[in-house]
Design a protein around this ligand. Structure first.
Ligand code: KIV
Ligand code: ZN
Length: 515
C-alpha cells in the first residue's frame, strides 16, 4: 500500500475514557466530522456491549457516508451477529474481532488454552467472512504475547481470511524499536502477510503511543489506530493528529502519507473535546492553543523574520489560526511593533520607543498583554479620546413579557452635543444597542457579545464584553455594572469609542499616533 490508513476509534476505545459517555446524536456528529477529516475507517462502537452502543453503531452505519464503518466483536458468533446486524446499512462495513493472546490474559482473564484461542480465532474470522468480506483481527495484548505464539495467531487469522491484522500494544508497554521488530519478524516469517494490511494500535501508558505507531509504520505497518486528542482508557490511545502530522511534515523521512484533510484537524479536535468534556492541554502538539504561539523575545524576533525559524508547520495546515505572538514581559520591541502594525498602527521608531516603555510597565503588571490592552495604550496616547467622543448621558428602557422592548438613549457626542434616539429590539439589550446605533450613526456590526458574572449573589456585577467590526478593524469594548443593561450599553459605547479612535482621520485630528 502506498498510503497509511487511519482507523479512528474515538467512538469506541476513546469512549472508554473514564467519565465519558456520548449519546447517539453526539456520536453521529463526531462521525460526520471524522468523515470530513477523511479518515479511512471509523470504529463506531462495540455492538454487543449494550443496546445503546448497538443503536449508535446502526445509526452511524446508516447516516454517515463516504467512510468505512467498523464495529468491534469478541471472537464469538453472537457478537459477530450483532455487528453484522448493526452494519447492515453501512456503505462499506468491517467486522473487527479481537481476542487476547498473551498467556497472562489467556490464563487469568479468559481461562483459555492457546489451542482454544487459535480455534476461536479461526472460527470467528471464518464465520464473519460469511457476511462481511472485510474482517480485521486484533490479537489483544499482542506486544506481551509470546512472539512464537503470536506468529501462530497471525497465521491462523490470515488463513481464515482476515483482511487486516492488528497487533495492539494494549497496555502501552512496548518500546519503539521493540514494537517495530515484532512486525518485522511477523513479515519475515509469514508468507502472504505482505498482501494484507498490518495494523498497529497503541496505548500511552509510558507516553510512547505515537512513537510506537511511527516505528510500526517504518517496519511496514499500513494502518494506524487511535483517537482524536489521544483520549482513551487510562493514559489514552495514540493521538491521531500527531501521527498524521508527523507523516505529513516528515514525509522526507517516512516516505508514506495519509489521505487526511489536515485542515479539519483543529475543528475535529474541538468537537471531540466539547462532546467528551475532556479539555485539550494548551501545549498539546498540533492542536493545542499554544502550538503556534511564541512568547520569548528571541523566538518572536525569529518568527517575524521568517516563520520557519520556530515553526515546522503552518497553523492553517491543521486548521489553527496561525502564528500567535504572545506579548508579555519577555517580548521585544520588534514584536510589539509588528503586532501594532497588524492592528493597523504603524509607529515611527521614536514613537515606538516611547510606546514600548509604557508597554513594559503594563507587561510587568499583567501576564499577557492582549490586543485590547495595546489598543487601550494607543488610545491613551491619543489623549483619552476613547473616553469622551461618545458619552452616555441617560438610558431608559421598558420591557416585559407582553411588551416589545423599547429603549431611549441620550448620547453626548463631542462637537455635536446631546443626541437622543429611541428604538425597539428583541429584548432590552438589543433595543439599547439599536438606539445607540441610531444616535451615533454606527454602521459597524456587533460580532460577539458576552456577559459574565463577577462574583455570586443577586447583587453581583455583570461584566459585558462586546466585539464590533467595521470590516477593517475589530475592537472590543468592556462595561461593568450591577445593572446588566447599563453594563451592556457601556461596553457597546466603549467599543464605538475605540472604533472611532482608530479611524485615521480622527487619530490625526486628535494629534494621536499616525496610523
Ligand atoms: O487495546 C486493545 O487491545 C484494543 C483491542 C480491542 C483492539 O482496544
Ligand atoms: Zn485499545
Amino acid at each position: 500500500m502506498d498510503h497509511v490508513s487511519i482507523f479512528d476509534t474515538t467512538l469506541r476505545d476513546g469512549e472508554q475514557t473514564p467519565g465519558v459517555a456520548l449519546t447517539a446524536d453526539e456520536k453521529i456528529e463526531i462521525a460526520r466530522q471524522l468523515a470530513a477529516l477523511k479518515v479511512d475507517a471509523i470504529e463506531a462502537g462495540f455492538a454487543a456491549s449494550s443496546k445503546g452502543d448497538f443503536n449508535a453503531v446502526r445509526r452511524i452505519a446508516k447516516e454517515v457516508r463516504g467512510v468505512q464503518i467498523a464495529a468491534l466483536a469478541r471472537a464469538e458468533r453472537g457478537d459477530i451477529d450483532a455487528v453484522v446486524d448493526a452494519l447492515k446499512e453501512a456503505e462499506s462495513p468491517r467486522v473487527h474481532i479481537f481476542l487476547a493472546t498473551s498467556d497472562l490474559h489467556l490464563q487469568k482473564k479468559l481461562r483459555m488454552t492457546r489451542e482454544q484461542a487459535l480455534a476461536a480465532i479461526d472460527d470467528s474470522v471464518r464465520y464473519a467472512k460469511r457476511f462481511i468480506s472485510d474482517v480485521e483481527f486484533s490479537a489483544e495484548d499482542g506486544s506481551r504475547t509470546d512472539p512464537s505464539f503470536l506468529t501462530e495467531v497471525v497465521r491462523t487469522a490470515l488463513a481464515a481470511g482476515a483482511t487486516v491484522i492488528n497487533v495492539p500494544d494494549t497496555v502501552g508497554y512496548a518500546q519503539p524499536a521493540e514494537y517495530a521488530a515484532l512486525f518485522s519478524k511477523l513479515l519475515a516469517e509469514i508468507d502472504g502477510l505482505e498482501r494484507i494490511v498490518l495494523s498497529c494500535h497503541c496505548h500511552d501508558d509510558l507516553g510512547l503511543s505515537v512513537a510506537n505507531s511511527l516505528a510500526a509504520i517504518q517496519a511496514g505497518v499500513r494502518q494506524v489506530e487511535g483517537c482524536i486528542n489521544g483520549i482513551g482508557e487510562r493514559a489514552g490511545n495514540t493521538a491521531l493528529e500527531e501521527v498524521i502530522m508527523a507523516l505529513r511534515v516528515r514525509n522526507d523521512f517516512y516516505g508514506v502519507d495519509t489521505r487526511i484533510e489536515t485542515s479539519q484537524l483543529a475543528t475535529t479536535s474541538k468537537l471531540v473535546s466539547r462532546m467528551t468534556g475532556i479539555a485539550v492541554p494548551p501545549n498539546k502538539a498540533v492542536i493545542g492553543s499554544n502550538a503556534f504561539a511564541h512568547e520569548s523575545g528571541v523566538h518572536q524576533d525569529g518568527v517575524i523574520k521568517d516563520r520557519r525559524t520556530y515553526e515546522i508547520m503552518e497553523g492553517s495546515t491543521v486548521g489553527q489560526a496561525g502564528t500567535r505572538l504572545v506579548l508579555g514581559k519577555l517580548s521585544g520591541r520588534r514584536a510589539v511593533g509588528e503586532r501594532l502594525k497588524q492592528l493597523g498602527f504603524s509607529l515611527p521608531d521614536e514613537q515606538l520607543a516611547e510606546f514600548f516603555v509604557r508597554f513594559k510597565e503594563l507587561a510587568d503588571r499583567k501576564r499577557e498583554v492582549t490586543d485590547d490592552d495595546l489598543i487601550a495604550l494607543i488610545a491613551e496616547n491619543t489623549r483619552g479620546i476613547e473616553q469622551r467622543h461618545f458619552k452616555l448621558s441617560f438610558l431608559q428602557i421598558s420591557t416585559g413579557t407582553r411588551l416589545l422592548s423599547t429603549a431611549t438613549v441620550g448620547i453626548e457626542i463631542e462637537g455635536k452635543g446631546d443626541v437622543e434616539e429611541a428604538a425597539t429590539g428583541d429584548g432590552p439589550v438589543d433595543a439599547v444597542f439599536n438606539a445607540i446605533d441610531r444616535a451615533c450613526g454606527n454602521q459597524a456590526k456587533l460580532i460577539s457579545y458576552r456577559i459574565e458574572s463577577v462574583g455570586t449573589g443577586k447583587d453581583a456585577q455583570g461584566a459585558v464584553t462586546t466585539e464590533l467590526s467595521d470590516g477593517e478593524h475589530r475592537v472590543t469594548g468592556h462595561g461593568i455594572s450591577t445593572d446588566i443593561v447599563q453594563a451592556s450599553a457601556a461596553a457597546y459605547i466603549d467599543a464605538l469609542n475605540r472604533l472611532w479612535a482608530i479611524q485615521p482621520q480622527n487619530a490625526e485630528k486628535e494629534g494621536a499616533v499616525v496610523l
